[in-house]
Design a protein around this ligand. Structure first.
Ligand code: ATP
Ligand code: MG
Length: 289
């Protein structure tokens, strides 16, 4: 891996060198922000967005917790934490009521970044939750308890590509929603169903839930289609769409196979810079807009 085009690999646990133009301190929010990264469409960049935003916010000096709510465990992989079967994590929090602090682990990605990993066991949780009392509120309760003592600024939920009980738990526990939208054909397909789900959650279970952020992913500046889709999304979600849009890049696709986020794998790449800008916008504009 020592070709000229390969970025220098950081040994886990050693400090990351952040290019000077990217290093910045982010403002601490007035209250912990709990954000649900959701889109039931598969492969739109939910996990990539979750882990890179989390990493950027942690590098910006904030305490960040990522909860992996996807049995695929992709966020756990990208953040370099163990999620082999039998590892305790989201499943135990949701099903057994285990406190978050007992299962969160530090990510080698950045100091101040912790992860509650997801294992394949979580695949069974949807069905097991069905019969449980307060099945949609179990994560919300766990988060409330955690926030009584934890010094955390941001909690990000990486949701699976469905609107089942895992995603519902995340929407009920969150204060804000982040929707990544891939700038490709059919980008908005399914978003109206997601909007309906969010509206139902706001009406029935979590009146404070705010669709605060839309982030355009896999933007390809060479195609007219990407620009068209981006315009269309900005028309629908004018206030929510971040100015920073994430370019399509092979570097982004390569990073997870090294158990790293793009910010760690190739911090000076265009994609890493875009995620930095996105994190900065989120951190500075807060909820009050
Ligand atoms: P799922 O619905 O399966 O959970 P997801 O919405 O979490 O998927 P990701 O896993 O983040 O999506 O991304 C899907 C694939 O696209 C991954 O292989 C990822 O590495 C790649 N990818 C994500 N963002 C980009 C990008 N900006 N440019 C190129 N590839 C990307
Ligand atoms: Mg994912």
């Amino acid at each position: 891996m020592s070709t000229a085009s390969t970025p220098a690999q950081r040994i886990p646990g050693t400090p990351r060198i952040i290019p000077r133009d990217q290093k910045r301190d982010f403002p601490k929010p007035s209250h912990p922000r709990v954000m649900c990264v959701v889109n039931q469409k598969g492969g739109v960049g939910k996990t990539t967005t979750t882990v890179n935003l989390a990493s950027a916010l942690a590098d910006g000096g904030l305490n960040v917790l990522v909860m992996d709510l996807d049995p695929q465990g992709n966020a756990s992989t990208a953040l370099g934490v163990d999620h082999a079967p039998g590892t305790h994590g989201t499943y135990e929090v949701l099903l057994d009521g285990v406190p978050i602090r007992e299962v969160e682990v530090s990510s080698p990605e950045a100091s101040g970044l912790t992860v509650v990993p997801a294992t394949v066991d979580l695949a069974g949780a949807e069905l097991q939750l069905v019969g449980m009392v307060g099945r949609e509120q179990r994560l919300a309760r766990a988060i409330r308890n955690h926030l009584k003592t934890a010094d955390v600024d941001y909690i990000l939920f990486d949701c699976p590509p469905s609107l089942g009980l895992l995603t519902l738990n995340a929407l009920v526990a969150a204060g804000e929603v982040i929707i990544p939208i891939q700038t490709e054909y059919y980008a908005l397909e399914g978003v109206s169903q997601l909007m309906n789900t969010i509206a139902v959650v706001q009406r029935e279970l979590n009146p404070d839930l705010d669709l605060s952020t839309v982030i355009l992913t896999m933007f390809d500046a060479r195609t007219k289609l990407s620009a068209q889709v981006a315009r269309e999304v900005r028309r629908h979600f004018d206030a929510q769409t971040l100015n920073a849009q994430i370019p399509r890049s092979v570097r982004i696709a390569e990073a997870p196979s090294y158990g790293q986020t793009l910010l760690q794998f190739d911090p000076s790449s265009a994609g890493a810079k875009a995620y930095w800008r996105a994190a900065q916008e989120i951190a500075t504009r807060g909820k009050a807009r």
